[in-house]
Ligand binder design. Structure first.
Ligand code: NAG
Ligand code: NAG
Ligand code: NAG
Ligand code: NAG
Ligand code: NAG
Ligand code: NAG
Ligand code: NAG
Ligand code: NAG
Ligand code: NAG
Ligand code: NAG
Length: 503
């Protein structure tokens, strides 16, 4: 009798303690490490150089098969990731100051409400940023390197666009020119210094690390210059495929790539070599988390600001097109409650990252955010296609004197990226301005794009049938369906906050 009471009592006690522990661990705020690479694609095997990260993170979490950016260009895409707002609500339309990239307007109205700043203000997170930020960061007209965005305890911001050697950092607002240290490796060192602080173990933190890889100028660290000797461009079905029914920029001469594409092979190989350093960085960070015994309470997220194409549809190399190579990106998440080794088809996009991180931290997202948390699906063991649209918008760039003198074109300031090195095929134009919706309802995977040209041009792809977007089926769509998608595009283009979330 006494014995069984004892057993009941101990069981109750054990139950109570376990229960307490559950409640307690539920309340422990998780840490976040968000790694943002630059121009890393999914379609061109961009992850093949990140084997260690795949085993440390993807094998311990979810790999999103349908993760998109809302705009395939660095500055607008990064601005969206930081704020959970679509580019049209930020007014950040390109990489120039005049397009609101790191502009005074941005610094005043949006920068103070980044996901890091909200975590800091609402939940007392310690926050860290290291690496490329917004392309105009540090320029004289954007406040110089003395400008430290609100909300970061540690600020190691790269001045300007991606570089690998010979660059300038802002270290907590102090200008630091650096000549010979490989940037990705230096970012790894700063990350470890941050993680080596005593308070890291018991106070929640948010770390964002944005290495320059695999962006131009594609410079690998010396230890990797001989890796992947036989790897060249990915000759997938869209490689050098010259469609007749795509928008004008893709049809401009030369339609096909020349036979000697050594330059493209070199770019692909060197991109992968730069990503090997990112793989090392992620490994060092994760090993440190494990050493400190905090890996289990840390979400590690690997993502990219946009994809990349090399030779797809006969285009040289860039990312400003609406196709999958440019808009679909790696997204891998591990952390507390995330099931292991899951390939997740649920569609998500950059605008959802900030609301999801806040949700995971138990912090309410501000109403002005356009994205939606995908926490529920992240934690779900079952994969789901979802009932959802993904929205992509882009403002074509032009620029004076961006056409090499040796090129025959005279489009003046309406085109850009027309270089002798890439056979004078222009990479962008002002009228390469488009918006797309990708429809994931039910079993669909349908993409509908509208170009804002003088003559409205449309492209539509049945991605479940034609994943490489070789056949524009717009002319086969009936007018009711066209009206339906035009209407959704119009709603997305105007949406803000709640009206985006309900679309
Ligand atoms: C910056 O964005 C704001 C809001 O969209 C807009 O009013 C302003 O004109 C933009 N600035 C520039 C220089 O485009
Ligand atoms: C927030 O963190 C700081 C620095 O670690 C600490 O001094 C402070 O007490 C914390 N504030 C709250 C409200 O927890
Ligand atoms: C940056 O500032 C923080 C305090 O906000 C400090 O703890 C950290 O050591 C500084 N980092 C560097 C690299 O100077
Ligand atoms: C480093 O960058 C500066 C400024 O951009 C440039 O003047 C200098 O030539 C570069 N040095 C090397 C070694 O690349
Ligand atoms: C990173 O830190 C290690 C160890 O302190 C040092 O040997 C290495 O030179 C540093 N690398 C860079 C790029 O700063
Ligand atoms: C191909 O082009 C590269 C430069 O892009 C050049 O070095 C090489 O000699 C060329 N190969 C042939 C076979 O013409
Ligand atoms: C960026 O956008 C602004 C505002 O629309 C425009 O004035 C500027 O020319 C654009 N920059 C480029 C390079 O197209
Ligand atoms: C550039 O575009 C504008 C507006 O579409 C047009 O009026 C102008 O003629 C174009 N310039 C050239 C050189 O094509
Ligand atoms: C787009 O702009 C280019 C360069 O100005 C021009 O040649 C072309 O005709 C325009 N296309 C359309 C469909 O507006
Ligand atoms: C797309 O292709 C799928 C699979 O073949 C087909 O079931 C569906 O009807 C197509 N959708 C459209 C809108 O053409």
């Amino acid at each position: 009798m006494a014995k069984s009471v004892f057993i009941i009592l101990t069981r109750t006690l054990v139950f109570f303690l376990t229960f307490q522990k559950c409640i307690y661990s539920d309340r422990v705020s998780p840490n976040f490490i968000y790694i943002l690479t630059d121009d890393q694609d999914l379609m061109l095997n961009g992850l093949m150089a990140m084997k260690k990260s795949l085993s440390l993170i993807a094998d311990k979490g979810k790999f999103f098969l349908n993760a998109f950016v809302n705009t395939p260009l660095c500055c607008p895409s990064r601005s969206t990731i930081l704020t959970g707002m679509y580019p049209h609500n930020l007014g950040v339309v390109n990489n120039s100051l005049s397009g609101n990239c790191s502009s005074e307007f941005w610094q005043r109205h949006f920068e103070p409400y980044s996901v890091a700043a909200i975590l800091k203000n609402k939940a007392n997170y310690t926050t860290f940023y290291a690496g490329k930020y917004l392309n105009q960061y540090g320029s004289k007209f954007a406040g110089g390197t003395g400008h430290v965005p609100k909300g970061y305890d540690w600020w190691i911001g790269l001045k300007g666009n991606s570089k690998y050697y010979n660059y300038t950092l802002s270290v907590n607002g102090t200008t630091l020119p650096i000549r010979n240290l490989y940037l990705t490796d230096l970012l790894a060192n700063y990350s470890l210094s941050f993680l080596n602080q005593k308070s890291i173990v018991d106070k929640p933190f948010f770390m964002m690390v944005a290495p320059p890889a695999s962006h131009a100028p594609f410079i690998p660290p010396k230890r990797y210059i001989n890796k992947f000797p036989t790897v060249g461009v990915v000759t997938n079905p869209s490689f050098n495929y010259t469609p007749t029914n795509k928008h004008w920029l893709l049809k401009m001469p030369p339609r096909r790539l020349p036979t000697n594409i050594t330059i493209l092979d070199n770019i692909q190989r060197r991109r992968l070599q730069t990503l090997l350093a990112v793989d090392d960085m992620i490994e060092r960070i994760v090993l440190q988390l494990k050493k400190l015994k905090i890996f289990h309470k840390t979400y590690v997220i690997i993502n990219s600001d946009n994809g990349f194409h090399i030779g797809q549809f006969g285009q040289p190399w860039d990312k400003r097109q609406p196709y999958e190579a440019d808009t679909r990106v790696p997204l891998i998440v591990s952390g507390p409650g995330v099931p292991k080794r899951v390939l997740e088809p649920y569609p998500v996009s950059s605008v959802d990252i900030a609301p999801t991180i806040l949700h995971l931290a138990g912090v309410k997202s501000p109403h002005h955010m356009d994205g939606r948390s995908f926490k529920k699906q992240l934690m779900n063991k079952k994969t789901a296609i979802g009932f959802k649209f993904v929205f992509v918008e882009y403002w074509g760039e032009g620029g004076e004197k961006t056409t090499d003198n040796g090129c025959p074109w005279n489009y003046d300031s309406n085109v850009t990226g027309c270089s002798i090195n890439s056979w004078c095929k222009c990479q962008d134009s002002r009228n390469n301005t488009y918006s797309c919706v990708i429809d994931f309802r039910e079993e669909l995977r349908f993409k509908f794009c509208r170009f804002a040209e003088t003559e409205r041009f449309y492209e539509a792809y049945n991605l479940s049938l034609d994943p490489y977007e070789l056949r524009n089926v717009f002319s086969k769509m009936n007018s009711k369906l066209i009206r339906y998608y035009n209407n959704i595009l119009n709603k997305f283009k105007k949406c803000s906050g709640k009206t985006c979330k309900t679309l």
